[in-house]
Design a protein around this ligand. Sequence first.
Ligand code: ATP
Length: 634
Amino acid sequence: MSALFDEEAMTEGIQTPQRSSPREAKATGKSNVILRWDDLNYEVKSKVGKAEEWRPILNGITGEARAGEAIAIIGSSGAGKTTLLNALSGRIVGGRLSGQILFRGAKRHPGSFKRVTAYVQQDDLMHPLLTVQETLAYASKLRLPNSQYTAERKTERVNTVIRQLRLEGARNTKIGDAATRGVSGGERKRVSIGTELLTDPRLLFLDEPTSGLDSNSSELVVELVKKVSVDQGIATLMTIHQPSARIFNIFDKVILLSQGRVVYFGPTSTAIEYFASIGYQCPMHENPADYFIDLMTLDYRSDDALARSKAQVKQLADQFTEYEARLASDSGSEKPPSISGKGVEVSGELDLPRNNWFSEYSTLARRDWANARRNVPFLMGQITQSVFMALLIGFMFFYLKKDSVSVQNRLGVLFIIAVNATFPIVMPFLTLYYKERDIMVRERSSATYRVTSFYVSKFTTYVPIALVSNTIFFIGIYFISHLEFDAGKFFVGLATFFCMSIVSVAFLLMVGSGVKSIEVGFVVAPAILTIQLLFGGLFANPHTITPVLRWIRWVNPVQYGFSSLTQNEFRGMTFTCSQGTQCYQTGADVVNAYGVGRFTTWQNILFLLMLAFVDMVAGYAVLRWKAKPKSIWL
Ligand SMILES: Nc1ncnc2c1ncn2[C@@H]1O[C@H](COP(=O)(O)OP(=O)(O)OP(=O)(O)O)[C@@H](O)[C@H]1O
């Protein structure tokens, strides 16, 4: 054991006095088994030609994880490591799972189990523009209950985690991503682990925490996780790919998996001895992990080699089953009793209640604003395109006159204003939303916050940004094109434009929530916006559209917006007629000719607000349904 795990280190930093350490548990005779799983079987449907059959992925897996233990799940690619981790952590989706899993001796309750356990996924999804300290601070505000943690205790908890994971040097460094340089890969992984450790979990699952890291960073990650597990009495299970000999020896126990069966589960220190006892002596200077993986890997180089390796894997798994049965009969241990019925809530002492909606919302809104403020390229892009479009269109329709020739141009400007409240908002914000939605799904998998608080926070962050950049556009075009200079008309026009922008934000949230991938979202959103534009009222008179398609007007914000802007602008106007042109004498003539006077300006504005509401509710409903964990629970 390395110096990291000396006596002093074992006791330093224990955060929960009520939790019994492995040693205390032994002394008091209290069981320190945190998780026990029995006879786990998992199969998925797979197609064989035209027929479908159930393909086994996990086969009769049994084991347990105790407080303070770090267990590695090792096996070659496709052995079932991630599947086992997902089954144990309650994240398996689809297929058929059977067997029994007990958390502290009781059946798991999905909500509270997820709150008091932690899962670190292989890819670290975090906000790139936040610093390490901020990432952990926001996570502590969202995940630690206000009823049990004061603001000072939350800060203390963040500082402890930063210290434990040796992140002091990177405290104020941004997380970063492909576009922005940030923390190193190892630090990033440690931040990911840190956000999970904040809640002081009983069980920690990690999926390939060392993948993509160099050997030193990998070793540091595993050593630190092991130290925290010992210090805080956490049972840790991690999948790991080809660990070095040094990393292998850090683990207390190891589960060797091959073809969904356990080939060995027990102390790391006795693995070599066990394999030697069944005729597989690990050579002196070979990494034991490599040696075991070689034994368990199927050899696809030829049919003969494949048959031989399959037989060997089967033999290894059978031998271990016999070995376990012998051990069980020697010690007289029995399987735990089956527990049926609904899951039991984790005891009050353990469960972490959720914070109230306003607390979640205000933390998420502050985090969203911090992200938005720092996203300078995005903000500059929005403002630049608003200024550019205002100048381009303003000068295209420069200083409109009040003759009948200008009517067409005036309608053109109004229509462009209406359309500009859709595309330039929807497309850029949709990109942002997709990134943030993925982080939300990740955070929600630990039951971190409600979908509504996330959704409303996105709406209240995007709307002001959209309104500010769009106001620049509206004011620019209004004065350069010389639309009717009248305070009342200006503000009603601006109000219409604002309402259209709000509908656009609601629309993008709906598309981003309903359409799974950004690639498809980027096809669906412009297609719908183009239809809105075509039926907007300028190209085709709404009264003459084929009856089958007439319903589109009810759900078309461009039509409501264009109608409102047109009526507002042309109200009370008169035009001088020049010879040889079609002549509208009054604004009312224009409104009638274009068929945009069905509803009044204010009615159109009301319809816009109603559309925004409907889009919001539809987007929320679909997001809630999609973000709902669909895992199978035992
Ligand atoms: N839902 C599923 N549908 C179809 N096949 C599945 C499903 N889940 C797992 N599998 C299959 O089960 C096997 C084990 O997958 P798993 O991801 O657990 O392996 P692994 O040991 O973690 O591999 P790797 O180290 O390559 O990630 C693979 O062959 C995989 O294709």
